[in-house]
Design a binder for this molecule. Sequence first.
Ligand code: PLP
Length: 412
Amino acid sequence: MERLVQSRQARYDRTGRARDEIRYEKKAGKAIEPMIYLDYNASTPMDPAVREAMLPYLGEHFGNPTSSHGVGVPLRSAIDSARGQVASLLGASAGEIFFSSGGTESNNHVVKGVAFALAEKGKHIVTSSVEHPAIKNPCKFLEKLGYEISYVGVDSNGRIDPSEVAGEIRPTTILISIMHANNEVGTIQDIPEISAIAREAGVLLHTDAAQSCGKIETRVDKLGVDFLTIAGHKFYGPQGIGALYIKKGVKLDPLHHGAGHQSGIRAGTEPVAMIVGLGKAAELAEKDSDHSGVAGLRDRLYAGLCDGLGDDVVLLGHPTDRLPNTLCVGFRDRIGGEVMAKCPDVLASTGAACHSGKAKRSATLAAMDIPKAVAFGAVRLSIGRFTNEVEIDEAVGKLVTAAKGAPVHGAS
Ligand code: PLP
């Protein structure tokens, strides 16, 4: 049976910090074939420094952080310092950070918490057609309860025109929720401009920064938002932990009801080790703020694909206003899953679901109106802190061969 193993080699990054290089390998019998992990937008490997920071809280430091005795006190101070680390990354104050189980929970909390808190003011929310299901599905849930949702569209680069957001605002609008960067194509939205519109209209603004946090700057003071979502496993922290920034003085209902943890905003005993890990990931992200190296590797990957495939590879997403680690491409007249099946050692996500031999464009690519001949062949290649040039060059060779060898479909 195939087994994923991680091998590590000590290495120094641009900031001079020693770290492990993580390579994923497939162990099939005795032969070990290297795997090239190009799926950082799905989940990043945990940074070894994050794991180190967490370890004491999985062993010697046990107990409940709300206990006022000797076991609880160090746990509480570990949580406080992690809250400070996250706040520092986001340009917020510590009291504005609420830990959650991740991006899905933070997004649900904002959408439902604002909807319930402001139901008397109105029942209308503005969002976009390219949001993650963790925004779209809570909105659909609210529609069943009588709320109205407006979905603004995007252009062929995946960009929202802020004036379209303005055009959707009504007297009953209580929330605007627009993602900072898209998970599939990496397009970055003009949140400061949307913030100016929201301020003018007196409407609360949320941005889902699950994909942008740690990849570009996500300071709430510069973005001008009332709420911001982050998820630990998207920037080298643990899975199952995230946070919601709530601007001081802004009220929303709790998502679930329980004891008074986190000022009654998010009930539940805090998972100390995970919170410590999130804090460490935030500290590393703040130090590692130069993403030009990752962007260079991403561009090398794209250039290699263009050299090998010419017009048969199409860039999807904004050419410049895009996450530095994200390269979504469409292999023309191919099915993304069929291309990736021909290079199983390259790990990436496809942009089209294929059921019973029939491909379907992802909601994002459909909203961008990407022709099916290109969208069916979409593959999201996302890299990060541990990706190196050798892997990029190997991936180029494997992807070019796979795309050339994959069945040609005259999709229309
Ligand atoms: N929002 C965006 C933009 C995402 O990409 C994801 C995960 O892929 C989520 C929210 C959900 O985050 P989590 O996996 O932490 O629940």
